[in-house]
Design a protein around this ligand. Sequence first.
Ligand code: GDP
Length: 520
Amino acid sequence: MSINNEVSKRKTFAIISHPDAGKTTMTEKLLLYGNLIRSAGTVKGKKSGKFATSDWMEIEKQRGISVTSSVMNFTYDDLHINILDTPGHEDFSEDTYRTLTAVDSVVMIIDSTKGIEAQTIKLFKVCRMRGIPIFTFMNKLDREGKEPLALLEELEEVLEIDTYPMNWPAGMGKGFLGIFDRHGDQFVQHHPGDTETYIPNNELSNHKDLIENPTFKDAQQELELVTEAGNEYSEEAILRGELTPVFFGSALSPFGVQVFFDTFIHLAPSPTSRKTTLGPIEPDNEDFSGFIFKIQANMNPAHRDRIAFLRVCSGKFDRGMTVRLARTGKELKLAQSQQMVASSRDTVDEAYAGDIIGVYDPNAYQIGDTLLVGKNTYEYDELPQFPPELFKKVTAKNVLKSKQFRKGIEQLVQEGAIQLFRDQMTDAFILGAVGELQYQVFTYRMQHEYNAEVMLESIGERLPRWLKEEQVDRKLFDSGNLLVRDRNNQPLVLFRNEFALNWFKDKNPKIELIDLFEVN
Ligand code: GDP
């Protein structure tokens, strides 16, 4: 089969949500469609309490979580589906953001009883800055939640994205009748016991009980209103990430999940060209290429090996092939290639654009590295620097070990495990992270890989804003708002909170403050 054929079958996406909105439940249902698991409840070790593989990192075992995201894949409707897990809860980290650089679309799950929550906003911003198409699933319709119109309004206002409801619910909670499937011209009727039947629009008149139900009539009227006053459907706008198609349903029941998935999977884009230093590279380009978006260290404590996660962007990957590391020009044989299927690892023999493979890292790779074959050497766009939120001062517990301490920090920062800043006044080391877990992994690895115990002192949650060198003036910064420099020596201010940030902006209107979420 031609490369082009293979590429067009690939659908690579991530599911994003705030904790407890229903990501795991939805993932399990999708895996059931793919016959990947026989019963729900096996996606996360955390929930089932089981660990399928013996060699997870020690922290993972201790805490019962999956530290870094894994990839699940299955065949559905002749399509090759790759779902990338985005760790949430306590294991939210920069890796969660980076995973979003390796997907072609995103499913955003929102708890309709709660509306849009904090973590959803953060993940959404990353999708926005990458222009990733976003498909929304309003979950938990089996419970009394917010009104559908109010939910759409919230999406438009809080996330500033246009919406297009792909279906419209009739009732919710106990009085839930089903959904008008606008895309499929049918009504999906909900029955007690959570079964669903499909009634084509032109047969609805045969279902008197249903269409005369006041809840049905109300919803029909609402839908008419939405059709008249709402946004127009545009596949182009969806693919540009400017319009989100919205589906209503219940992942748990499950209800509306099949309709959602069937519609989503055909609208979701297959891999397209990606930017490099030599211009865009097409996914069906014959020469293999890809980039590393995550490095998972110490999965096997006995060997201290590392697995680098590679997103294939063009050509064909064959097991054991020799590739070139664009940054150094060095040739490497991709010896152990693995596909991460839930918590087991299967060997991959071949892969195409859109696929994710785990390759053995002989301590050669950095996050963002390009691997390729062929005459031309180029690099995929650098992964963006994501703004950290948590900051801690770090010192060596034992001053005699400052050499190991510095070496460890330098390497872990280079690898992308955590971000390093230096206090402008005191030159102290300050570590920035997106999630608490990054500090735990850092501390563990410093001790076990570099024999350097560290002490961390929290300086709390901060709002980092970068500024121009010529605008740096020490007098401007009081003790509360720390002036620091990132590893590229760029200056930034760590504001204590929103209030301090706004106060500063008022006082210093001429100083341009840069929010990384807004610029990438
Ligand atoms: P995650 O943290 O986003 O992965 O959320 P989970 O999938 O673990 O779901 C969190 C809780 O919400 C669990 O108790 C689920 O059973 C429940 N849940 C998920 N989807 C639904 C739904 O559609 N309806 C209801 N009533 N509960 C749901």
